[in-house]
Design a protein around this ligand. Sequence first.
Ligand code: ADP
Ligand code: MG
Length: 337
Amino acid sequence: MSIRVLPDVLISQIAAGEVVERPASALKEMLENSLDAGATEIQVELEQGGIKRIRVSDNGSGIPRDELVLALTRHATSKIASLADLEQVASLGFRGEALASIAAIARVQLVSRGAGDAHAWAIQAEGGRLEASSPAARGQGTTIDIQDLFFNTPARRKFLKTEATEYAHCAETVRRLALAHPQVAFTLAHNGRTQLRLGTESAVARVRHVLGDAFETNAIAVEAAAGPLRVSGWVVRPAAATASRDGQHIFVNGRYVRDKLIVHALKEAYRDVLHHQLNPAYCLFVELPPEAVDVNVHPAKTEIRFRDGRGVHQFLFHAVERMLAAPVTADSGPAAV
Ligand code: ADP
Ligand code: MG
């Protein structure tokens, strides 16, 4: 075969392989878009674990009619315009490829109304083919309806697990983002039934509602700063650690991340007080200047790189170790923060 330039839709389908592994990854991208749009209320409706349908509605800024097509276009974004912007990026999204990727491997309807619009506009895409926009009804904000994920990529569809498993991943995605955004109200429904309803609340109340009373009862508050580097959140008492790693929630600048360096710093902090086969649960929010962390490591954006990894490691290690060594007082739990 001779060398050829691939059609746009195929390029998006290939990109989708990295961004959209399963319904939960599509949901994550849509939730991040709603948060980036400044939404204070987000509704998620799923059918069949998100395989049949993922519907996300928000009351964010909306998308003006003349940008609807761009929203579904690859490498089109309203979030950065230059390399300098990328290095300073504060939004959760910036790659401009999630919607285009999803539109290439699903049936998508985007309904949106910007602040200046007299009414909403809707646009459809199926397997990457766009249809013209038409008037629609809704208040300010955006609804994105993703149906039949992977309908045209059978190889991908085969990797989907059961409806229950895919739903569990979706629910976890909502809970995680909800943890980092207590000022935003979330509802989650599955197959027509409400599963989660969170109103606007304090960080403490959100942690209690999302992670449960057991976490709260065993939590020790962590709060430390070193210049612009800050950490806040909760770690559990060593006695409450379990074999599971599921309870480890790390956020960097509001973004849920899986970061080996931070996990390692925490493991070290617990080393003297915990059997090495047990894992502490924690929910930690790390803040640092955007230019001190590279979020553009992988399309799914859950991996990051710190400019000064060693500094971050030491800082977190000491912040947590100090709290674990401190005598536990009645007011050191979340309720005190
Ligand atoms: P990115 O988030 O990286 O910019 P996406 O493909 O996820 O790329 O979205 C493309 C663009 O569509 C965004 O830059 C934004 O302008 C617009 N957009 C997507 N979802 C929403 C939403 N819920 N509310 C407002 N604008 C949105
Ligand atoms: Mg996005």
